[in-house]
Design a protein around this ligand. Structure first.
Ligand code: HXC
Length: 513
């Protein structure tokens, strides 16, 4: 081998070592994999092609000219996951703590430009001490260059952010703009200002984990969509998530082979309790309706009165939105509306059909909800469904009351097929509340008001707590036996697979943010 080749090999070896053996050991001691190990795990074996391995920073201040690491703290390139192209960047904590310099940012931007032009997802594996302190504003500019591209790429190609270490300050805004965030338990955190600043400004004592760890963001803030037990679990979940997504907004997710068999699901015939106030687990309905073990829940620990996630139906990727009677009786509130709206928007961006399971008693009343903007936030979900042009099918399993009936993918806001189970109750409100209002005088003047209320309640329920009035108007297309739901959905989505629908031409809409 001639000297030129040996030089190249030597440089490649040097680049692959990042910040050196000692720092790699430190990374491992923290139970974290290195950037390169993560990339290897994510991509199909041998598929990684690196871009910018020899990039160096240009800083001369603070003795930086003597501290140069090839690649400058981020490994960037492309490869395949299950034979499909993706672009990936992995921040290398062993090089200046993965901090973002001007050149580090340039590498990420180059990748994102390629992803947008070539129509493939971008996966970011974040592990960084934030802005490269020695660079000042050039680093801040680098961040903004990334945020700008995240925004332009939004809705063009799927963007996934794995948080596998620190992510603080303005750095959090890149993951926040991307479509999905997944955080590793105990080794990652995200916050705008850390515990020390919090202590100084508000006098609150809080640990980094409590302030911005994976559990906090999964359950309290909803900033992260998924959590992972460790680095390996995180990478496996990213791969699972990608399997439900198309490459870009022009494509559909490739389906898996599926041969129709016995699609009846008798368990569903008895799942809705006879008493309309008794809860049942809507996730059991989702499991029954979707292909074996295919349901991948998004935001599992946040706003659990609504369930959202991806599933496969006869091999095809779908998005599921379902009220959960087990939590707050499945009521819509601020958090559940925001959660579901964001999910509906994502599915609509990327041609993923929507299945909506409806069992909703209405919107949650109270000062807390009104003062926190249930009006604006509920409108987000209404808007998101109304604007979605993907195939949309609803199944009303039980309650569809009041404004929530309209919001939950009703026929009136553009759903394509609306099914109801015989247990469906579609009305302005529950029978008791309705009777108390419209028969107030009759009840008050009765010899036995309690008995009268019960009589009127039964009369109202008999008239309205069923799906047939809605079916008579065509607001429900068909009342179906629950065990037949899966085959109805398979046929319905197949019928809708070439749906073309356009919203009026405009610059862009103004969703109530
Ligand atoms: C340059 C950095 C760095 C940074 C860490 N390092 N952060 N170098 N710029 N931002 C270097 C350290 O000097 C050290 O170098 C190596 O990375 C590992 O750091 P340690 O501190 O030894 O690691 P650890 O104890 O694990 O602590 C990690 C850390 C801490 C919590 C991230 O390093 C830290 O607090 N860093 C500063 C974070 C910060 O304030 N960033 C700026 C935020 S403002 P050696 O040579 O010893 O290996 C911001 C604004 C963005 O990001 C705005 C965008 C709009």
């Amino acid at each position: 081998m001639n000297d030129h080749f040996l030089t190249l090999q030597e440089l490649q070896k040097q680049a692959r070592l990042g910040g050196g053996e000692a720092r790699i050991e430190k990374q491992h001691a923290k139970k974290k994999l290195t950037a390169r190990e993560r990339v290897e795990l994510l991509l199909d074996p041998g598929s990684f092609e690196e871009i910018g391995m020899f990039v160096k920073h240009r800083t001369k201040d603070f003795g930086m000219e003597d501290q140069v690491f090839l690649g400058d703290g981020v490994v960037t390139g492309y490869g395949t996951v299950n034979d499909r192209l993706i672009y990936v960047f992995a921040q290398d904590f062993t090089v200046f703590g993965g901090s973002l310099s001007e050149t580090h940012a340039e590498k990420i931007c180059k990748l994102m430009d390629l992803a947008m032009k070539n129509g493939a997802p971008v996966v970011g594996l974040n592990d960084s001490g934030g802005a490269r302190i020695q660079e000042g504003v050039r680093s801040l500019g680098g961040y903004a260059d990334i945020f700008y591209r995240n925004t332009l790429a939004s809705g063009v190609v799927p963007q996934i952010s794995a948080i596998m270490g620190p992510c603080a300050g303005g750095a959090v805004y890149s993951p926040a703009i991307t479509d999905f965030t997944i955080m590793v338990q105990n080794t990652s955190y995200m916050f705008v200002t850390g515990p020390n600043v919090v202590k100084t400004v508000t006098n609150e004592e809080v640990s980094a984990e409590e302030l911005g760890g994976a559990s906090t963001h999964a359950s309290k803030s909803g900033v992260t969509h998924f959590t992972a037990a460790n680095d390996l679990d995180c990478i496996l979940q990213v791969k699972r998530l990608l399997s439900f997504l198309p490459q870009n907004c022009e494509e559909k997710t490739p389906g898996l082979e599926y041969t129709l068999g016995d699609e009846s699901r008798p368990f569903l015939d008895t799942i809705v309790p006879t008493s309309s106030t008794q809860p049942y687990d809507i996730k059991e309905v989702i499991y029954e309706l979707s292909d074996n073990d295919s349901f991948y829940e998004v935001h599992a620990q946040y706003a659990d009165n609504i369930v959202v996630g991806f599933a496969r139906l006869a091999g095809k990727s779908i998005g599921v939105v379902a009220n959960q009677p087990m939590a707050l009786a499945g009521v819509l509130d601020v958090d559940s509306s925001k959660k579901a709206a964001r999910f509906v928007r994502f599915c609509d961006c990327f041609n993923i059909p929507l299945l909506v399971l409806v069992d909703v008693p209405g919107f949650l009343p109270g000062t807390d909800q009104e003062w926190n903007g249930i009006i604006t936030n509920g409108a987000k979900l209404l808007f998101a469904f109304s604007e979605a042009t993907v195939p949309r099918i609803s199944v009303i399993t039980r309650k569809a009351y009041g404004g929530a009936y309209d919001v939950m993918n009703s026929k009136h806001i553009g759903a394509d097929l609306n099914f109801a189970w015989p247990t469906a109750e579609i009305a302005v409100m529950g029978a008791k509340g309705a009777s108390e209002i419209i028969f107030k005088n009759e009840i008050r003047s009765a010899d036995n008001p309690e008995q009268k209320l019960q009589e009127k309640e039964a009369e109202y329920a008999d008239k309205f707590a069923n799906p047939y009035r809605a079916a008579a108007r065509g607001f429900v297309d068909e009342v179906i036996i629950p065990s037949q739901t899966r085959i109805k959905l398979i046929k319905g989505f197949s019928m809708l697979q070439n749906k073309v629908d356009k919203i009026p031409l405009k610059k862009h809409s103004n969703i109530p943010l």
